[in-house]
Design a binder for this molecule. Structure first.
Ligand code: BGC
Ligand code: BGC
Length: 605
């Protein structure tokens, strides 16, 4: 067994190793020793407080690097929109390095694991390449491309420091009313399974390879199945149904080696996932043999007693004993630590449970190469938001467009006279959606990129005469075609729930009406995180293209509008005929306006 081995760092340093043998002491600092032994050696040197600290994650705004080190915190996160000033890759790397420097200066020198939500590119950082949200990637049906997106995202993340990404969301969204529907690849488990390739892209050949980050399959389990599409709500289905619809993407993620799993805020038949020992320990860890680390969601354990207020000892005990390893406690890390310490001292949480958690967390730290290379890999910054990365995003945009109706108005002709209107035509914030620069996202020129209007101008080229007015004013019968880019404005979890309807707003309807009044053919492009309720308008439109939330590369939409790329996307969500039909999912016998799998193209020329 491990403890019987007489290994020393010096003995195991192979010939040609550059560092002096002394630097490989103690054993766990020796990169040539197998990870399991390093973990074992390190844990044998850790105090109870070291182990408890290792299990806790705080928000960067709540703790300075020194405070994090003093608390022996295992992890730090930047929540949505939690960024340094200025919000540049260099400032991120400085910030990250400061936490890392403090962590490696503690007596045991355990590096920190820094996590971010890079859910469609490294979306918190100004100037990052922003990819389509998962709803669009699902429609593209190109798992290899999604893997490439993971690779690009990981490289941009790692260039700024963090080595952990809270992505992908493998949620199977069963109800369009849910504000996180766009984080889902589709309404069937197969959509998430197919695109779990993003995990391989994020994690690379190995976690310690250049430009790799630890991926997170989230949110375990049943987040997309809540009644009414209520965010953080209750998933009221049988175990057979849970296993059939919501579990398979996690099995796939484990097969692909996903290093972490995040627990869902939601409940399963009235019991919160964050306290669900059966789901976390029995199913995830034992039955599915998940060997990575389980992380809680933002203050998730605070909800266990039925309210979201103060953290209590019962909540700490219940969630630790349920099997969560690392606790996202943005603002309450010190309190979590003292409550957990008291529970351990009272014998209500076992040493074995703490050891299981520490083993899982430390294993990922060693595998990520953090002990050898704790600091940001700034050499990757030269590609950050660069042309090569943006080309991958544009390809994804192109392939994610779904053509739903076309009476010949598309493709647009280069050299024609095109009028463009609509609140989402020239707005990088709107086309990027939530989780962009800020948590909920926002309208306006929030980051760099190409708007859909700019894309139309570029792809149309100098021969095409493009006129733009947001409200559609100034349009007349002299145009060959009018394009209205309409739909949703940014939102994320909670704020995006739509229990009352999914219709176009008054501004969109009035813009479209002005275009229609001229008698020229009207093309509608919807920018949205989900199917909208458009049945009553559709008859008056000559073409309809679903652009989803394309991100910063709006030229990809124009590539399809002009036919440089023939539309190839297919729906991974049943497009409801009416709002009262929700939830609607393939196989449920309801008749959709556009069924799952639908998508037109242009005739070959
Ligand atoms: C979300 C997670 C996210 C976390 C950290 C939570 O509110 O549900 O998906 O990873 O915040 O930002
Ligand atoms: C943070 C998000 C987090 C959310 C949870 C926000 O303030 O920025 O990252 O998911 O709070 O409520």
């Amino acid at each position: 067994m491990v403890s019987g081995l007489l290994l020393t760092g010096a003995v195991l340093a192979p010939a040609g190793a550059t560092a002096a043998p002394e630097t490989f002491w103690p054993l766990y600092q020796n990169p040539y020793v197998p990870v399991q032994l390093r973990v074992h050696d390190l844990m044998s040197r850790m105090s109870l407080d070291d182990k408890i600290g290792q299990m806790v994650q705080a928000e960067r705004q709540a703790v300075t690097p020194q405070q994090a080190a003093d608390l022996r915190l295992g992890s730090i996160l930047s929540g949505g929109g939690s960024v340094p000033t200025p919000n540049t890759p260099a400032a991120w790397a400085d910030m990250y390095d400061a936490y890392q420097k403090a962590a490696v200066s503690t007596p045991l020198g355990i590096p920190t694991l820094y996590g971010v939500d890079a859910v469609h590119g490294h979306n918190n950082v100004y100037g990052a390449t922003i990819f389509p949200h998962n709803v669009g990637l699902g429609a593209a049906h190109d798992p290899k491309l999604v893997e490439k997106i993971g690779k690009v995202t990981a490289s941009e993340v790692r260039s700024t420091g963090p080595t952990w990404d809270f992505a992908p969301c493998l949620c199977v969204s069963r109800d369009d009313r849910w504000g996180r529907a766009y984080e889902s690849f589709g309404e069937t488990p197969q959509d998430a399974i197919d695109n779990a390739t993003i995990i391989n892209g994020l994690q690379g050949r190995s976690l310690k390879a250049k430009g790799s980050v630890l991926a997170t399959a989230k949110h375990y389990v049943g987040d997309g199945g809540t009644t009414g599409g209520d965010d953080q709500g209750n998933t009221e289905i049988s175990e057979a149904e849970l296993r059939k619809i919501h579990l398979p993407p996690f099995q796939e993620a484990i097969k692909r080696g996903a290093g972490s799993v995040m627990i869902s805020f939601s409940s399963w038949n009235g019991k919160k996932a964050h306290g669900h020992r059966y789901l976390i320990t029995d199913v995830l860890k034992k039955e599915l043999r998940f060997s990575g680390l389980v992380v809680s969601d933002w203050n998730g354990v605070h909800q266990l007693n039925g309210n979201n207020d103060d953290l209590t000892a019962d909540e700490v005990r219940e969630s630790v004993n349920a099997g969560i390893d690392l606790f996202m406690e943005p603002y309450d890390a010190p309190k979590f630590i003292s409550l957990l310490r008291a529970e351990v001292d009272a014998g209500r949480v076992s040493q074995a449970r703490l050891d299981d958690a520490n083993r899982r967390i430390l294993t990922k730290k060693f595998e990520s190469g953090l002990f050898e290379k704790p600091y940001a890999d700034r050499s990757l910054q030269k590609d950050f938001g660069g042309a090569e990365h943006r080309a991958v995003a544009r390809e994804a945009v192109r392939k994610s467009q779904v053509l739903l109706k076309n009476e010949g108005a598309l493709p647009l002709k280069k050299g024609s006279k095109v009028f463009v209107a609509g609140k989402n035509a020239d707005d990088i914030g709107n086309q990027s959606g939530g989780w962009t620069i800020t948590w909920q996202g926002s309208s306006g020129p929030i980051t760099t990129g190409t708007t859909i209007l700019q894309g139309i101008q570029q792809v149309g080229g100098p021969r095409t005469k493009v006129t733009y007015d947001r409200e559609g004013d100034g349009v007349d019968g002299s145009y060959d075609v009018a394009v209205a880019v309409v739909g949703e404005t940014p939102y994320a979890e909670g704020e995006g729930d739509r229990p009352n309807g999914l219709k176009l707003d008054a501004e969109d309807l009035s813009t479209i009406a002005k275009l229609k009044a001229t008698g020229v053919p009207v093309v509608v492009v919807t920018v949205s995180g989900r199917p909208l309720d458009i049945t009553s308008e559709l008859g008056g439109w000559n073409a309809l293209l679903a652009a989803w939330l394309p991100g910063t590369e709006g030229a990809g939409v124009a590539d399809v509008l002009f036919g440089d790329h023939r539309p190839s996307g297919k729906l991974t969500f049943s497009w409801a005929e009416s709002f009262d039909q929700l939830p609607i999912n393939v196989g449920d016998g309801k008749k959709a306006l556009f069924p799952y799998g639908y998508g037109l193209t242009y005739p070959k020329t």
